[in-house]
Design a protein around this ligand. Structure first.
Ligand SMILES: [Zn+2]
Length: 351
């Protein structure tokens, strides 16, 4: 009885002091169920390409400020969509890109949820201060497993397999200098070169066994690391990362590490920062929707947290740009944020 009372008093003092109590560990997505634990990998809960397009068309019909544009076609002829909220040319613009890698789908699910919120009072007010561009599911062929190579060794159950590569077995996030694939061309010709974009978040998923400070992460982040990027652009990118870190890491279920990324400009995080002077952030969420490696695919019981992590990331960054607070975001946390490491058994794949 005494102990209970003391606990209550301490908790009360923390609440009064404005200290957020961490959620129980059981709720942390980083330590959440893996596929070989009590999770199951299945693609049946994921939106198909057609379901996503139906959703976008319905939102376009019902949202006054939203515009939907087709910016090109995939190798297999699927239309690639751009969602536009261009409310005021004098305001800054952010681009959110999802699913360059087809087997990294929860970022797209989160982007769809965010689009829904922008049409309601929930997040609609943000649009007064920022222009928002969203390219969801850039690699639709990979997302639907409609590719010119076999996926027999992929492990997810469900109606389809999802793969990193596009239909020609090319990694789209290594095509940002040569720009050979139709998906990459659509992005560069009809988005990057057409709009005055200030910020971009490139949303991905990584393996399931990366950790920071001994705890599995819910994701990892990184700014442009090529020496050719303008230092001012890198600093803006670090501010974008600060907004994400400060929104996600203290939630109790979010736990972020620093991604160990390369300097190649074929990667969008680097190439787009150099070519267009856009501040870029890579966000890698935990686990993939499908893979041929056990340690990469993650059970569907983590889906809810990862979708929520995406919605929080998009909402917090759009809001911080809209109210200008991003320009004073403190970037010193990057100096102490530990680079994530992988638990034994995980092979490197790369953003
Ligand atoms: Zn990826």
């Amino acid at each position: 009885m005494k102990k209970t009372l003391k606990t209550l008093v301490v908790s009360g003092a923390l609440v009064l002091a404005g200290v957020a109590l961490p959620a129980p560990l059981a709720n942390a997505v980083g330590e959440g169920p893996n596929h070989d634990g009590n999770g199951q990998i299945t693609t049946s809960k994921l939106a198909t390409y057609d379901e996503m397009v139906d959703f976008l068309k319905k939102q376009d019909a019902s949202q006054e400020r939203m515009e939907l544009e087709v910016i090109g076609q995939t190798v297999k002829g699927r239309d690639i969509h751009l969602v536009k909220y261009l409310t005021d040319p004098s305001k800054p613009t952010i681009l959110y890109l999802t699913q360059q890698h087809g087997n990294e789908q929860l970022t797209t699910e989160g982007a769809m949820e965010f689009i829904k919120h922008l049409g309601t009072g929930k997040s609609g007010g943000i649009l007064d201060g920022v222009n928002i561009l969203i390219v969801p599911m850039l690699n639709a062929d990979g997302a639907m497993g409609d590719v010119n190579f076999p996926l027999d060794d992929y492990i997810a159950k469900g109606e389809r397999h999802l793969t990193r590569y596009n239909a020609e077995e090319v990694d789209l996030n290594r095509d940002h200098v040569a720009k050979i694939q139709p998906e990459t061309q659509a992005l560069h010709n009809n988005v990057m070169r057409k709009y005055p974009i200030d910020y971009m978040i490139d949303l991905h998923h990584q393996g399931s066994r990366s950790e920071r400070d001994g705890q599995l992460v819910s994701g990892s982040i990184l700014y442009p690391t090529t020496p050719n990027a303008d230092p001012a652009v890198v600093e803006k990118s670090k501010q974008l990362g600060a907004v994400v870190f400060n929104s996600v890491d203290p939630t109790g279920w979010g736990h972020l590490g620093k991604y160990l990324g390369g300097d190649a400009e074929t990667i969008s995080r680097n190439g787009i920062a150099v070519e267009y002077g856009i501040a870029t952030l890579l966000f890698e969420m935990r686990g993939m929707s499908d893979h041929y490696l056990d340690d990469y695919a993650l059970g569907l019981r983590s889906n809810g947290y990862l979708i929520k992590q995406t919605v929080l990331t998009l909402t917090s960054t759009a809001a911080a740009i809209a109210d200008g607070s991003i320009t004073t975001a403190d970037t010193t946390f990057w100096e102490t944020l530990a680079t994530q490491t992988s638990r034994p058994g995980e092979e490197a794949d790369g953003e």
